[in-house]
Design a protein around this ligand. Structure first.
Ligand SMILES: *[C@@H]1O[C@H](CO)[C@@H](O)[C@H](O)[C@H]1NC(C)=O
Ligand SMILES: *[C@@H]1O[C@H](CO)[C@@H](O)[C@H](O)[C@H]1NC(C)=O
Ligand SMILES: *[C@@H]1O[C@H](CO)[C@@H](O)[C@H](O)[C@H]1NC(C)=O
Length: 292
């Protein structure tokens, strides 16, 4: 009996801080296919990036670099890739926002209508114009980096309503590491997000710089104590080129100095890597995976 209990406790201790890796895919054709990204075995979550044109009366539209042409309807080529990812246990989400494109939510009604659009076109609903065909995504990622912060809380609540209709709808977000995030704080305060992958790059003041973990460490404490979410992930660039304004952490430093700090929190869920293209070039995830 006692030895069984001991084994159970040891198993819990061993697994409680084992993290997962999330990645963004969709912004560079040279990164390879979505199916290959999932087949690498590196990632538990893949965010398809981005749905970067929505609201203000616009029809929502995707930008997946050269992977497919949404206006020509060729993104249905991703249907089988998404299903293949999911059959390997990888959750696939659609990321809203990013640095380019034009987006905002002009009213609560606008947010409600986007939620319905997302449900019908990417999640469990139905529409004659589903960009990824019959594939049903696992959730929606908020990477809101421009425009007003208004009504993203309404969008989160509206999307969460669909959770009662069968398959879980995951909600995730990618705020900047400066706490609180000016675009996403109100949405995050709903407490409806499963995973929050904080961008610890391109953000002087909270990212790793000049060989010091201090700023990263204090920002991490703010995130893990301030935000209600199942898990918080440390967002890192896969290379210096992935984050022109800083925050790259060499893998050896990451393993020896950063992971021990972030794993100290029970909210630690793993890391998010920006992005698949740079990760494939630098081999970052593969290098750190066993320590994450
Ligand atoms: C956004 O969508 C509108 C149509 O709804 C289109 O006119 C505009 O060109 C799109 N912008 C981008 C950056 O794709
Ligand atoms: C930490 O952030 C502050 C700004 O908040 C900045 O002045 C300082 O240089 C940063 N420390 C390092 C080591 O980058
Ligand atoms: C990537 O890293 C893994 C783990 O360290 C290693 O096994 C693999 O050979 C590396 N691949 C390349 C292309 O460097």
């Amino acid at each position: 009996m006692i030895s069984h209990l001991l084994l159970l406790l040891l198993a819990l201790a061993a697994t409680s801080h084992a993290g997962s890796i999330a990645v963004y895919w969709g912004q560079n054709t040279a990164e390879g296919t979505l199916a290959d990204t999932c087949a690498s075995g590196l990632y538990s979550y893949v965010n398809i990036a981005f749905l970067n044109n929505f609201s203000n009366g616009q029809n929502p539209s995707l930008n997946l670099a050269g992977h497919c042409d949404p206006t020509a309807g060729t993104c249905t080529s991703l249907t089988s890739d998404i299903q293949s990812c999911q059959s390997q246990g990888v959750k696939v989400l659609l990321s809203l926002g990013g640095v380019s494109g034009t987006y905002s939510l002009s009213s609560a009604a606008d947010a409600q209508s986007l939620a319905t659009y997302l449900w019908d076109n990417f999640l469990g609903g139905s529409s004659s114009s589903r960009p990824f065909g019959s594939a049903v995504l696992d959730g929606i990622d908020f990477d809101i980096e421009q425009g007003s912060a208004d009504n993203y809380d309404v969008l989160a609540k509206a999307l969460s309503q669909f959770r009662s209709q069968g398959k879980k709808v995951y909600l995730t977000a990618a705020p900047q590491c400066v706490y609180p995030d000016q675009h996403l704080d109100t949405a995050l305060q709903t407490g409806l997000f499963d995973y929050v992958w904080v961008q610890f790059y391109n953000n002087a003041g909270c990212d790793y710089s000049s060989g010091s973990v201090d700023n990263l460490s204090s920002a991490w404490s703010q995130w893990t104590s301030g935000v209600t979410a199942t898990n918080i992930f440390l967002g890192v660039p896969a290379s210096t080129a992935a984050a022109p304004s800083g925050g790259y952490i060499p893998p050896d430093v990451f393993i020896s100095q950063v992971l021990p700090v972030v794993k100290d929190s029970s909210k630690y869920g793993g890391i998010m890597v920006w992005n698949r293209y740079y990760d494939e070039q630098s081999n970052y995830s593969a290098t750190v995976k066993n320590s994450v």
